[in-house]
Write a protein that binds this ligand. Structure first.
Ligand code: NAD
Ligand code: ZN
Length: 355
């Protein structure tokens, strides 16, 4: 299955399916006739599981690989600097190609390297996590600053995305939950029929049918693309993709990054936004059914007891997506109809108390 991602600056294909990566060699052969060499950027886990497999699928080309540390430790200035040095030493040039091979962290790092190395060279994403259905679409690339996550970055689109579902079978359960939370988000903010399908069809994340997984990811990618293509640089409707993230980010930051996965925190944020929506926009939604489904899938559905409500509110106000001093929440009028709403501190605190 191929999805075409359209943005103002570029159009590119996303190939989704079992064995998608087998098309990589011929795709590059066709589209990069004067290619010199390829730098693969990956992380330790993905390298040990799949790097030789990827290299086998690039047999016509000269490749070299940079193996970054896992998770957010890949998105540091130190690693960024090291990858650049490595690339310069190996004579990576403007006729070279970068392949970002891994989850969202590697995608963000690899994309930012590609955006800035010699003022920009082409790159391809080969995602290996469910979350990457989200991060591989939209052209945001970034590394972290000690003072804030994703603070140094660029908008930069890949040439193509090869999403091979075979890689997902080794993904740990909490990482599956993390990525699947964004799939649920995409359903909630844009597609009630898809959302209902998810709740009926997805009863476990332990072993999923490949066709259900493929359908979930394709839908998620299409919905993300819908918001992004209309609004590449995040002025208007792209903000709706932030559904669940206002409280989600606050929980992540207060707990310390890595305690919960991103999606697990966002999921509690969505539950909170749904409850606020019922109160503020009269959303008609059965949160008890939703919560039961989520718990069945193994999600946490409570804000950690040890977190102070006041501190969470403070974090939400610092969020770079909040305007002025009030917190700007994405709420739903209905499933599939998001709306931006300024919520007062009092209302937030009350809702945090009774959540
Ligand atoms: P990740 O890249 O850190 O991967 C999660 C973990 O899974 C890592 O330990 C990784 O080594 C491991 N892993 C990856 N693929 C695997 C596989 N197939 N089998 C077994 N283990 C595997 O994280 P992620 O959840 O994919 O992405 C999170 C990152 O994405 C964050 O840095 C976030 O800021 C970023 N992000 C970016 C965007 C964007 O638009 N650019 C959007 C959302 C998130
Ligand atoms: Zn997210």
């Amino acid at each position: 299955e191929t999805i075409t991602i359209g943005t103002e600056s570029k159009t590119y294909p996303v190939y989704v399916g079992l064995g998608a990566v087998q098309q990589l060699n011929s795709y590059i052969y066709k589209n990069f006739p004067s290619l010199t060499n390829i730098m693969i950027i990956t992380d330790e886990t993905v390298a040990s599981l799949y790097l030789t497999k990827l290299q086998d699928n690039l047999s016509d080309f000269e490749t070299f690989s940079y193996v970054a540390p896992i998770g957010e430790r890949a998105k540091t200035f130190e690693v960024y600097y090291q990858v650049l040095s490595f690339a310069l030493e190996r004579k990576l040039d403007r006729k070279s190609l970068i392949i970002a091979f891994g989850g969202g962290a590697v995608g963000d790092l690899g994309g930012f390297i590609a955006a800035t190395y010699m003022r920009g060279i082409p790159f391809i994403q080969v995602p290996t996590t469910i979350l990457a259905h989200d991060s591989a679409v939209g052209g945001k690339t970034a590394i972290n600053h000690p003072l804030g996550k994703n603070m140094i970055g660029a908008f930069y689109q890949p040439e193509a995305v090869f999403y091979d579902l075979n890689f997902l079978s080794s993904l740990p359960l909490n990482e599956r939950r993390s990525g699947f939370a964004e799939v649920i988000k995409h359903g909630l903010i844009h597609d009630p029929i898809f959302f209902t399908w998810l709740m009926e069809k997805i009863t476990t994340l332990r072993d999923y049918s490949h066709s259900d997984l493929a359908f979930s990811l394709i839908k998620g990618i299409e919905i993300k693309n819908y918001f992004v293509s209309k609004d590449e640089k995040e002025s208007g409707i792209r903000a709706y993709l932030n559904f669940g993230h206002t409280l989600g980010h606050a929980i992540e930051a207060e707990l310390g990054y890595g305690e919960w996965t991103h999606g697990e925190a966002v999921l509690v944020g969505m539950l909170f936004a749904l409850k606020l929506s019922k109160k503020i926009t009269d959303l008609d939604f059965n949160t008890d059914n939703f919560k039961a489904w989520l718990e069945h899938l193994g999600y946490k559905t409570e804000i950690p007891k040890e977190l102070s409500r006041e501190k969470l509110l403070e974090r939400m106000k610092q969020d770079k997506k909040s305007v002025g001093q009030k917190v700007n929440f994405v709420l739903l009028k209905e499933v599939g109809s998001p709306v931006l709403y300024e919520v007062s501190d009092e209302e937030i605190l009350i809702q945090l108390e009774i959540f």
